[in-house]
Write a protein that binds this ligand. Sequence first.
Ligand code: HEC
Length: 178
Amino acid sequence: MRRSCWSLLALAALSCSATTADPREGPGTFIAFDPDFADYRSWRAHDLGVLAPLGHPPGRQTLYVSRPLAPGAARYDDRAIIVREIQSDPDRTKWDLFAMARRGGGYNASGSIDWEFFILSLDSQGVPHVVARGISPAESGPTPYHPGEGVTCNTCHGNEDARRGDCVLSLEIRPAPP
Ligand code: HEC
């Protein structure tokens, strides 16, 4: 397929998935799509065991990092993706999958600066798909992450304290403050 067709496809995907535009966003940003998550299970994995952390459902939890933090780095590189997989059901199509992609360009400037949030789901073949994305992604219906009281991903990942560790909260993969 010629290059222009791919551009059109990318544009179509962008409008279908309704990514939240941030008017302050600069150029040269990374916009992740389904293929960017496809091989997440081959990324560097951190098995957290069975947990029930605040803001996330209970179950066996594993973090996958596409571009691990460079030694001593205070932040992740743009294009880094972190997937949090929670095996909250025997059926993997019902697992809870959250992700953050370092989009860059000043995206999400008043929350998790430079990060875009994602809710993913696996199909019956185990292939991940983006269900919702943006600054405040919401699945249809109430979820523990959107209890309807103004709590969004940014509430926990975009506050001042979170920003000191590049908005990453898990101690295993959180950058040390500069
Ligand atoms: C109520 C607070 C809270 C909310 C709301 C919340 N999270 Fe988290 N999230 C956490 C905590 C705490 C951790 C780290 C847990 C741990 O250390 O076990 C975490 C971890 C993660 C991680 C692994 C990377 C990291 O920061 O450690 C991802 C990815 C993630 N959350 C995505 C999301 C997305 C997407 C949303 C919104 C749909 C969201 N979270 C909403 C508290 C929250």
